[in-house]
Design a protein around this ligand. Structure first.
Ligand code: RM4
Ligand code: MN
Ligand code: MN
Length: 413
């Protein structure tokens, strides 16, 4: 895209926005400072249970994963952190990894534990981990989480994300109440090992890999458990972890109302989990979620700074780096649009029961093309005008293939 096209579209938009009483520079600053962490497992091709197709040039180790995130950080200016999954990404040399991340200006966001797979540990997680009927297996799973905290402490992380695959596939397989109780007790032990300046982010998910029941199926169960842990335990909303037609923006509003929102895992979902790029299916829903977020922070329900932001997606068709560029862009756009909502007007409509007017207010913001703002925020921060175009023009994937090989496979899903 030619730079003068960008300048023209920015000044036109800026004129429209100031007619509405909005300050373009203020918006650009806000958009520029909003950073989203990238998960270490999204840099290779994702698989399904039917198989995996390699894309070539996938990162072979943690250093190379950091290099890929460093590239995203440099060209998009929308990410400055990585979220690691243990044991997929155990640093072999902590000092080296810390130095590498510092050189690339990357922080370590929340650490993710993994008790949903067997990876050579003595006892199997086939029948669950923190909820397992066998106390020795629960203990092993608690210890794994404590180890993840230790690794995170060395790296400078400030959070532990727990997602459990625990549950059952058939009626009668699990004692539903006991499984919940054991999970709560296990999490209490983990919480006791959490440093004072850390938070625990607890995910929920209604299905997969267990289908009859999952121990933490929804935000309410997650919140109930968090209440029994302590105030640094909060609910993590993964957008793909809902049944069809769930009103996720309402969940966000409710959690913020209780100061219980730990953070986000962004993705979009048609059927399953983590399946599609955020904003590719339901951009209006993403916008409505951001409306609750910006409004909740503005009205001081919960502070913006207390919320963690992360992408959690893994696909088997797109180049993962291109996909992440698109995801970061979609999130920035949804955030930018939420900043345009005329709150006074909306409040007035709500007061007067003007349903049509309320919809007009929201859609006026949603239908505004904010891409010039997002581009400008990126350029002012030193990023590329069009990161996707840059990625293709510079033949980054081709270069990665030459450097790393065609048949490399990143650890992860
Ligand atoms: C799960 C969940 C977790 C993520 C794994 C890979 O569905 O979303 O956050 O760590 O996938
Ligand atoms: Mn997740
Ligand atoms: Mn997920």
């Amino acid at each position: 895209m030619p730079t003068d096209f960008h300048q023209k579209s920015l000044s036109l938009l800026s004129e429209q926005l100031s007619a509405k009483g909005l300050n373009t520079n203020f918006l650009i600053q806000k958009i520029a400072s909003f950073q989203i962490a990238v998960p270490s497992w999204a840099l290779g091709a994702g698989g399904t249970r039917f198989g995996r197709f390699l894309i070539g040039g996938e990162p072979r180790n943690l250093e190379e994963k950091l290099e890929d995130i460093g590239l995203l950080a440099r060209i998009t200016k929308r990410t400055d952190a990585v979220s690691l999954h243990i044991p997929w990404d155990i640093p072999q040399d902590v000092q080296l990894i810390k130095q590498k991340a510092a050189d690339l200006h990357i922080r370590f966001d929340a650490m993710n534990s993994n008790t949903f797979q067997d990876y050579g540990q003595p006892l199997t997680y086939k029948m669950g981990s923190l909820s397992n009927a066998d106390p020795n297996i629960r203990k092993q799973a608690v210890e794994h989480n404590l180890l993840v905290i230790e690794i995170g402490k060395e790296l400078g992380s400030k959070g532990l994300t727990v997602w459990l695959a625990d549950g059952s596939n058939f009626p009668g397989q699990a004692h539903i109440r006991k499984a919940l109780q054991w999970t709560t007790e296990s999490l209490q032990e983990i919480y006791a090992g959490l440093p004072a300046d850390w938070k625990l982010l607890l995910e929920y998910k209604p299905y997969e890999p267990n289908f009859y029941h999952t121990v933490i199926p929804d935000w309410g169960t997650s919140a109930l458990i968090c209440k029994q842990l302590g105030e640094r335990a909060k609910v993590l909303v993964d957008l793909g972890h809902h049944l069809p037609n769930t009103n996720i923006e309402q969940i966000v509003a409710t959690l913020m109302h209780q100061n219980m929102l730990a953070g986000f895992h962004f993705n979009d979902s048609k059927y399953g989990d983590d399946d599609l790029s955020t904003g590719s299916i339901k951009p209006y829903q993403l916008f409505l979620i951001f409306c609750e977020l910006t409004n909740g922070a503005e009205e001081k329900a919960q502070s913006w700074e207390s919320i963690s932001w992360m992408i959690d997606a893994s696909h088997n068709t797109k180049d993962p780096l291109e996909d992440l560029i698109q995801a970061l862009e979609s999130i920035s756009q949804a955030y930018a649009k939420s900043l345009l909502v005329d709150r006074n007007q909306l409040n007035q409509c709500q007061l007067e029961g003007d349903v049509v007017g309320a919809q007009e207010v929201l859609q006026d913001a949603f239908l505004t093309d904010v891409r010039p703002l997002v581009r400008e925020a990126r350029m002012q921060s030193g990023g590329e005008l069009d990161p996707l175009d840059y990625y293709r023009r510079e033949k980054i994937r081709e270069k990665r293939i030459l450097q790393r090989g065609k048949n490399t496979q990143a650890s992860g899903l």
